[in-house]
Design a protein around this ligand. Sequence first.
Ligand code: CDP
Length: 238
Amino acid sequence: MNVPDIIIAVDGFSATGKSTFAKMVAKEFDFLYLDSGAMYRGVTLYAMENGMIAEDGTIDEKALQAVIEGLDLHFQNDDESTKLYLGDRCVETEIRTLAVSSHVSPVSAIPFVRNYVDKRLRAFSEGGRVIMDGRDIGTTVFPNAELKVFMVADEQVRAQRRYDEMVAKGDTPVFEDIVKNLAERDYIDSHRETSPLRQPEDAYVMDNTHMTLHEELVWCLGVIQGKFGILEAPSLSW
Ligand code: CDP
């Protein structure tokens, strides 16, 4: 199906499957996929590794502000998947740990951090035909995105998916720690002053608690067809 060169913004709560959905749509319709959460995780990893986050979670904002504009965080395509790099080091595995997850929401609530990430995301998206996921893509980064999706799912299902994902990577997480982390992040993300997580008024809401990936793709196709008046018979690669 011929999908126009649009920007698709995917927002939602933690571990609702935004990146899995966005990657699948990107592959199906040949879009560039950008994971904004990875950028926030990258800044957080950098701050942790450089002693800018104390044991009690206090962030040395002055030290971070002094270096942030010089941080070279970017995406690179390796083996068909997009990975985050800090300079020439691939940090894709390190940014997904529970340690990073436990500090990322306070770091991403800092206005100068958001400003840095927003600028980079907009630069990476030049040329369009992009699907990007996060918390404020349809409200702040691309308020004029032609298609906005807001994803929700049951809390326990989200935690189970994140648990399975981490176990598959060889981690040994404690289920309750994940439940706690998701709840904490959702609270901080929705209550911060700068660009809080909100459902954009013009978003299509998807509750994927009981949906398979294929059903998500069919749902997306239906939305695109309806929104852009595409009458062509739908055909999916799987
Ligand atoms: O994959 P998951 O939903 O658990 O999180 P993520 O998309 O990797 O995002 C990690 C964290 O980055 C979120 O909990 C937010 O604190 C922050 N974030 C944000 O503030 N704004 C975005 N556009 C994306 C992520």
